[in-house]
Ligand binder design. Structure first.
Ligand code: C2G
Length: 132
């Protein structure tokens, strides 16, 4: 059993989110995903999410390959989450490259290339343009 953990907001789910979750799962046999609470997302991005934390949790859990989800309440508790969920590998997109190297004492840390050309922010702009 090789346990993978990753974190994210996963608002307005798109192919970039799905791909990183699927690629993370390919590195092991069990994937746990910490989904940022609305409060955490506000504190890290000063933005409201379109989908509530409850919807975002349920949507991520519905993705094949995701085995377990939980609410990520703070970036500072990442070390405790890694220990509590017995993660062997922390996987994040490379927009976070280097930011979580401090956890290399707890588990392997892998940064995977982001999917180019898509982000929730960009999607919302496209939706606004279509809807206007
Ligand atoms: N991602 C990606 N490709 C994209 C967009 C996002 O690979 N085009 C990845 C990000 O690198 C991240 C994951 O998808 O690993 C989730 O992205 P977000 O929902 O934007 O989450 P983020 O704000 O990065 O939150 O504790 C860390 C934070 O919770 C991460």
């Amino acid at each position: 059993m090789k346990r993978i953990i990753t974190f994210g907001t996963f608002d307005v789910l798109h192919i970039g989110h799905v791909r990183i979750l699927q690629r993370a799962k390919q590195l092991g046999t069990h994937l746990t995903v910490g989904v940022s609470t609305d409060a955490l997302n506000w504190s890290k991005k000063q933005k409201k999410t379109v989908y509530s934390q409850y919807d975002r949790l349920e949507i991520v859990k519905a993705i094949s390959g995701v085995d377990q989800v939980f609410f990520e309440n703070s970036l500072e508790e990442k070390g405790r989450y890694i220990v509590d969920y017995k993660a062997d590998i922390l996987v994040m997109g490379d927009d976070w490259a280097g930011r979580f190297d401090e956890f290399k004492s707890l588990c392997e840390v892998v940064y995977l290339p982001r999917t180019e050309g898509i982000s929730t922010t960009q999607l919302l702009e496209e939706i606004r343009a279509i809807a206007s």
